[in-house]
Write a protein that binds this ligand. Structure first.
Ligand code: ATP
Ligand code: MG
Length: 673
């Protein structure tokens, strides 16, 4: 079938073709940034579907929901060009694409009863988990006896680390949280209680999704049923999976039949969450018949950019053998830009962006990357002032705002009346109800699997007397679940909006947000899917859920480096490349974390196709008040060694300013924006 080969194989090099057409033995593609790993997976899926592997037997595990959607879209594009072939319609809904967590959740919805999970179980996102832990921390009076007891966030970190590394608490404390060692016994009690209470309230946190999925796979009947369903399992970014995920993969495919994993050990950036490069290294041991394909040619960046990237990763302790090369020999050396302060840095970046834009590079083909979300704030202020549109990834917290969480808690409680965190949150919004009373009320309705009828007979407090019957009606209504999802959110808003002025400042914009939430929800088919998606993969920006994302919309991308993984842009700016930011001050305690920061920096520079700017302010203000006490001197990142620095053209932000003083503004030049 020549057209098939033309379409699927011709765009690829011989190594990639080999990987795409490889049979069913386990396959490991380990290769550097931009060498076409993701492209190879996309083409392999297309190849499989074109060779009559039914889409619903293909599982595509990626790091984000967006990545999975994008890959399936590319598969569809390739296959749609295949003339004369009868293709299965709507691949997107048939291929099992998504994160480990999302796919685990799908199986738990199907088979959860086998583990004793009630059908309406709900998922706790990270901040819910912290709140839950906090409730128990208070119940056990851990923080009252010693105020130095780890904060809820740290407790959640320790717990998660313990689960994800499968190590005993004592060892986790010794290795990763030595300053918390003295609380071993208390933490142990706390975590036992947390585990038990999650069970009681029919809630699962992120880590439970993986654990429970693994547990399902270990059950003889369900396990074999799940295994039977899949003929191909493909995993992108395998370097950032943890031990549980590797075990899940192994239990999904004990012989390795149909398994393809791809990754780059030099880009492992999630060990702080328990991910382990060992998974890649041990793949050939796990599956002795594994085929290993390596890719060396980089198709993304110009040679000068790769030379800089190679120089940055070279001093790494871990020896990565890959030395990236590209046929794009020419191109500008990347720039190393010293700015006086963050303000000047922002000015420089914006000037450059406009210049590239005026030379024909769309804003969405340019990105500004940073180590921590708050680093972009001065830049955002300036972009807003100048009316330059941007989307920020890995930072926008629309769904984390208190009032949005409140509204969602009503829904969650309706879905699962035993959900303790949601229940406490909702009840404590009502006048005269505090945590203790809320607890009692929840206990009353959590018997018999949970429903709200018992609440009809009670008046919990005189101050709540007026509002209580209304509230109970609302909950009964929601629990019925007959109204559409947007209608349910509307009912919640009608009840909750009048409470806003009592609860929070700025009630008016908050009310607007609630309206927006209704719109977002209108895209989902049911409440359960909506809640799951919001907990698992919160949208990075509200545009993420826009009904018709307008592809003609042009906007600059701002992203944390972590969220930029796997992506590429023509022009990339890395800002705040100072020591203390990258490596982050929080990482300088241990050599391993410094190594991870180095890989992170490497990930950042390898996102650039044609132009790369690494910028660092030489001074900073620690707060927005510019008093001299808060002023400090910053040095460029230690990863910019003399050898690495040589690969850049060093300039100061100021020197550029004189050159393009007359640069037209975006708004004047391009009225379309
Ligand atoms: P990362 O490690 O950053 O995830 P990757 O190895 O997954 O990178 P891809 O994103 O698949 O790399 O590919 C990088 C770029 O190279 C993409 O723009 C892709 O379209 C292009 N590309 C991949 N393979 C080829 C090829 N054989 N010929 C030309 N371009 C290619
Ligand atoms: Mg990739």
């Amino acid at each position: 079938v020549s057209s098939l080969e033309d379409l699927i194989l011709k765009p690829l090099n011989p190594r990639q073709q080999e990987a795409v057409t490889h049979g069913t033995d386990p396959l490991l593609i380990v290769a550097g940034a931009g060498t076409g790993k993701t492209a190879t997976i996309v083409h392999r899926v297309a190849w499989l579907v074109a060779h009559n592997v039914p889409p619903h037997t293909i599982m595509l595990l990626t790091f984000t929901r967006r990545a999975a959607e994008e890959m399936v879209r590319r598969v569809e594009t390739i296959l749609s060009r295949l003339s004369g072939t009868q293709l299965p319609g709507n691949l997107a809904t048939r291929i099992w694409g998504g994160t480990f967590h999302a796919i685990g959740l799908r199986f738990l919805r199907m088979f959860g009863e086998e583990l004793g999970l009630p059908p309406g179980f709900t998922v706790l996102d990270r901040s819910d988990a912290e709140d839950f832990i906090n409730v128990i921390r208070t119940d056990l009076k851990l923080a009252t006896t010693d105020r130095r007891f780890p904060k809820k966030g740290t407790c959640a970190d320790i717990y998660s680390r313990m689960v994800n590394t499968c190590l005993p608490l004592r060892q986790v404390l010794a290795e990763f949280f030595p300053w918390c060692k003295e609380w071993h016994d208390e933490l142990d009690r706390l975590f036992r209680e947390y585990t038990a209470r999650k069970k009681e309230s029919a809630t699962l946190d992120y880590d439970d999704l993986l654990l429970a999925w693994l547990e399902l796979l270990n059950k003889e009947s369900v396990g074999s049923e799940i295994r039977k369903r899949f003929r191909a399992i493909l995993v992108d970014e395998y370097q950032d999976t943890n031990i549980i995920q590797a075990n899940i993969l192994y239990r999904l495919a004990p012989t390795g039949d149909g398994v393809t994993v791809v990754g780059d050990d030099a880009q492992a950036i999630y060990s702080f969450r328990g991910a382990s490069i060992k998974n890649i290294l041990e793949f050939p041991k796990q599956y002795p018949n594994a085929r290993i394909v390596t890719l060396e040619q980089n198709y993304r960046s110009t040679m000068p950019i790769l030379t800089a990237a190679n120089a940055i990763i070279r001093p790494a302790k871990e020896k990565f053998t890959k030395n990236l090369w590209s046929e794009k020999k020419t191109g500008e050396k990347p720039w190393l830009v010293a700015a006086l302060d963050e303000y000047e840095q922002a000015q420089f970046v914006i000037r450059r962006i406009l210049e590239h834009h005026n030379q024909g590079t769309l804003l969405r083909h340019q990105a500004v990357l940073f180590r921590a979300s708050h680093h972009s704030l001065p830049l955002e202020a300036e972009l807003t002032r100048r009316g330059i549109p941007y989307h920020k990834y890995g930072g926008l917290k629309f769904l984390e705002a208190a009032h949005i969480k409140d509204a969602l808690a009503f829904l969650r409680l309706a879905e699962n009346p035993r959900d303790l965190v949601a229940g406490m949150r909702v009840l404590c919004l009502l006048p005269g109800i505090g945590p203790a009373k809320a607890r009692k009320l929840l206990a009353a309705c959590s018997v018999n699997g949970g429903h709200f009828d018992p609440w009809q007979e009670i008046t919990p407090s005189p101050t709540a007397a007026d509002i209580w019957p209304q509230f109970v009606q609302l909950m009964l209504h929601l629990a019925e679940g007959k109204a559409t999802l947007p209608a349910q959110l509307h009912q919640i808003r009608v009840f909750y909006e009048p409470l806003l002025p009592v609860l929070y400042d700025n009630p008016i914009p908050r009310a607007k947000d609630l309206e927006q939430l209704e719109q977002i929800a209108s895209r989902f088919k049911d409440r359960q899917t909506f809640l799951a998606q919001i907990a698992l993969d919160p949208p990075n920006s509200t545009q993420d859920f826009a009904a018709n994302p307008d592809l003609n919309d042009d906007y600059l991308v701002l992203s944390t480096i972590h969220s930029a993984k796997g992506l590429e842009w023509d022009v990339v700016f890395i800002i705040n490349a100072t020591d203390g930011n990258i490596p982050s001050d929080m990482a300088t305690g241990s050599p391993e974390s410094i190594e991870e920061e180095r890989r992170l920096f490497y990930v950042a520079v390898t996102r650039a196709k044609r132009y790369l700017y690494v910028c660092y302010p030489q001074s900073y203000y620690t707060t927005s008040s510019l008093s001299w006490q808060n002023y400090g001197i910053a040095l460029k990142s230690r990863f910019l060694t003399p050898e690495a620095t040589q690969c850049f053209t060093s300039i100061t932000a100021q020197s550029m300013e004189a050159d393009d003083a007359d640069l037209p503004t975006l708004a004047r030049r391009n009225t379309a924006l």
